[in-house]
Design a protein around this ligand. Structure first.
Ligand SMILES: Nc1nc2c(ncn2[C@H]2C[C@H](O)[C@@H](COP(=O)(O)OP(=O)(O)OP(=O)(O)O)O2)c(=O)[nH]1
Ligand SMILES: Nc1ncnc2c1ncn2[C@@H]1O[C@H](COP(=O)(O)OP(=O)(O)O)[C@@H](O)[C@H]1O
Length: 419
């Protein structure tokens, strides 16, 4: 058994478990049967489990962050293809309240019948024999009582379980720092260096990175640095191009074109790799900004706000109130990343945005598709954008014509004396 698994087991009875069940996140914890302590034994979390269904949980217990993230990322496909069709599974995680990096991801399985449960058990035992980095539990309902028992397969331990109150901040925030959001060039580069042997494209990206010395803070830029942010189809590309023409500016994009050959490859990877890729794209763009800002104003289409907002809004999968609180250190601007003069956040009515997306006719990223399907995700992205600290971020209503939006932004630039 790996050291990580043993470490996980040593904290087992202090952990809280969370399961996303039918749109609701349910929390439960071990009921300390030895001392008889523990809350009321009415377990609402199992309230909507079909009668006679068998339940299992899988937690990814492997050690190294990248290996664990990639194993968990592939586990979802494995479950989708290997489980009996009538089985259901939901995201599950386990964490030590308030303990950074204690979050462990997994899935909660429901097998509705004895046949499907026998097949599921056989499958899980096979995976355990493969020494897959998994902790497996099954849940048994004690007849005629509201009690459920969690049976930990890897060690034959049994525990009663009871509901747990929702933690103060969403469990995902425990692991965000340098796993979903990267607050330094070094932290993001480390991730790509560690995965270079499993993802050859990482080596190509590493070759394009600035050297450490180049990351030192530079003198104040001569010309303004203006970032345009916003959801897809809010009009960023249109506005950045017209601003470039109106101001005689240089137009840059993040991630920069030099990373385009590998973007789709990293978009397929789990968050720790994908977000490190985008974060490094911002640092390469920062170098390009430095080289231009002594000659002309610089306009950038997406920068750090997109990277951080999409990462936080993806990791925290509940309603907007589950986002880290305003002022949280998780919204801070990386101390080694150039800060623009101003960020304009284009906002648009969802229906108008959908119309423009359709009119544009381009494909949309998986993330944008998710934005359309999942209004709550879109609201989290929009709110996370606004909470990012650092440069001034001005919301601009982008619903009027392209000409009017341009005029509005030029007036703001002039009024705030950015030029
Ligand atoms: N540029 C950028 N996009 C990110 C980042 N993290 C996630 N994304 C997602 C947001 C969108 O779903 C998609 C945006 O990618 P692009 O900016 O290349 O697409 P596109 O130029 O079509 O977006 P746009 O039309 O400017 O909204 O990628 C990031 O750090 N930077
Ligand atoms: N202010 C605007 N009013 C109406 N349509 C617009 C406006 N700005 C952009 N569009 C159109 O909406 C679509 C998306 O614009 P685009 O600039 O590509 O947005 P983004 O870069 O934010 O994805 C394009 O077809 C574009 O022509």
């Amino acid at each position: 058994m790996s050291r990580r698994t043993m470490a996980l087991l040593s904290q087992w009875t202090s952990r809280v478990f969370s399961v996303d069940m039918d749109g609701e996140t349910v929390y439960f914890k071990i009921h300390d049967t030895q001392t008889g302590k523990g809350g009321k034994e009415v377990l609402r979390m199992f309230g909507n489990i079909q009668k006679g269904a068998s339940c299992y949980s899988l937690l990814v217990s492997s050690g190294e962050k990248i290996h664990s993230a990639r194993f968990h990322w592939k586990l979802k496909d494995k479950l989708s293809t290997a489980l009996p069709p009538q089985c259901r599974f939901s995201p599950m995680c386990s964490f030590l309240p308030g303990v950074r990096d204690s979050l462990v991801h997994g899935y909660f399985l429901q097998a509705p019948s004895s046949d499907s449960s026998a097949t599921t058990e056989r499958l899980l035992r096979q995976w355990l024999r493969l020494d897959d980095p998994l902790l497996v539990c099954s849940y048994l309902h004690e007849e005629n009582t509201p009690r459920w028992i969690q049976h930990l397969w890897n060690t034959e331990q049994n525990h009663g379980i009871v509901p747990s109150e929702a933690p103060e901040s969403h469990p995902a925030t425990l692991n965000l720092i340098n796993s979903d959001v990267f607050y330094s060039f070094q932290a993001a580069r480390d991730v790509l260096q560690k995965c270079a042997d499993i993802i050859p494209e990482a080596a190509s990206v590493l070759e394009l990175l600035p050297c450490d010395g180049d990351m030192e803070a530079r003198s104040k830029p001569d010309f303004p640095i203006i970032v345009l942010e916003g959801l897809d189809a809010t009009g960023k590309t249109t506005l950045t191009e017209s601003l470039r023409d109106a101001l005689g500016a240089t137009l840059l994009r993040s991630p920069p074109p030099c990373l385009s050959p590998w973007r789709a490859r990293f978009d397929q990877e789990p968050p720790i790799l994908r977000r490190a890729f985008y974060a490094l794209g911002n640092y390469i763009t920062a170098q390009q900004i430095y080289s231009q800002t002594s000659k002309t104003p610089v306009i950038i289409d997406r920068f750090w706000h997109s990277t951080a907002a999409y990462a936080i809004a993806t990791a925290v999968n509940g309603p907007v109130c589950d986002l880290p609180a305003e002022g949280s250190e998780l919204y801070r601007w990386p101390s080694d990343l150039l800060q623009p003069s101003v960020v304009f956040l284009l906002t648009l009515d969802p229906e108008e945005r959908k119309r423009r997306l359709k009119d544009r006719g381009q494909g949309e990223t998986k993330e944008e598709h998710e934005l359309d399907l999942n209004q709550v995700f879109r609201l989290r992205v929009e709110e996370a954008y606004k909470r990012i600290s650092g440069p001034t971020c001005i919301s601009v209503d982008a619903s009027s014509s392209a000409e009017q939006v341009l005029r509005q932004v030029l007036l703001l630039i002039k009024a705030k004396r950015y030029l």
